[in-house]
Write a protein that binds this ligand. Structure first.
Ligand code: PRP
Ligand code: ADE
Length: 221
């Protein structure tokens, strides 16, 4: 039995094609054997699905397309810059010597903030990533448990740290991050996130540790 050809998720020209990348150059026309499943994809996601196959293949691809969401005009570099600026303004006079970022999305914000503050960036990583001697904390999430690890010696007892992540949900991740840094003898001045899912009450898990967030969102969005 031959495998069906790969589906192609094609960006809609108006939203996604950038200057010089016209739709005609990127989107081959449907061949006679292709089935255009674009109405569902385009309506819900902005994606046009071209698939050539029979059986339930097309239905499965249509379901996949229905879960894909196109964000018009992404990315937003000004939002990133303003996010960094606010964090830097907040911490620049607080004697911060360490910005610790939680893998993975804390790595988006942490290094840039650290650079602007003249602080060192310390990555708090998922298992099996750090080659040296590590300390480790296990924590629970909405969907199970995980561990984060930090190199021994990355943080020193006189350091003053801010822990950065993209989002606080249940607070388990930040709580583990704070514990790692405090086990090294340093002070965690504050945790900083872009988004808080307030309904999950992550702050409660952090006790008295201050959490600074820019945007509070509920799960319903
Ligand atoms: O407050 P919590 O309930 O602990 O959840 C928040 C964490 O969940 C997400 O990361 P995730 O664990 O999905 O890992 P990733 O960044 O590697 O995708 C998010 O980036 C936070 O780190
Ligand atoms: N509920 C959630 N929504 C979006 N991102 C998350 N990261 C962890 N929990 C999350």
């Amino acid at each position: 039995m031959t495998a069906p050809p790969s589906p192609r998720l094609l960006p809609t020209p108006r939203r996604c094609c950038r200057a010089g990348a016209g739709a005609s150059a990127r989107a081959p026309a449907a061949s006679s054997s292709s089935v255009l499943l674009g109405s569902l994809g385009r309506k819900r996601s902005g994606a046009v699905v071209m698939a050539a196959a029979g059986g339930d293949f097309d239905a499965r691809v249509a379901r996949i397309a229905s879960t894909i969401r196109v964000i018009p005009d992404f990315p937003k570099p000004e939002a990133f810059r303003e996010t960094i600026d606010i964090f830097v303004e907040r911490y620049k006079a607080k004697g911060i010597t360490v910005v610790a970022g939680v893998e993975a999305r804390g790595f988006i914000f942490g290094p840039t903030i650290a650079l602007a503050l003249g602080a060192k960036f310390v990555p708090l990583r998922k298992p099996k990533k750090l080659p040296g001697e590590v300390i480790s904390e296990e924590y629970s999430l909405e969907y199970g448990t995980d561990k984060i690890k930090m190199h021994v010696g990355a943080v020193e007892p006189d350091d003053r740290a801010v822990v950065v992540d993209d989002l606080i949900a249940t607070g388990g991740t930040l709580c583990a991050a704070v514990k790692l840094i405090e086990r090294a003898g340093a002070e965690v001045v504050e945790c900083a996130c872009v988004i808080e899912l307030s309904e999950l009450k992550g702050r409660d898990k952090l006790g008295n540790k201050p959490v600074f967030v820019l945007v509070k969102a509920d799960e319903a969005g």
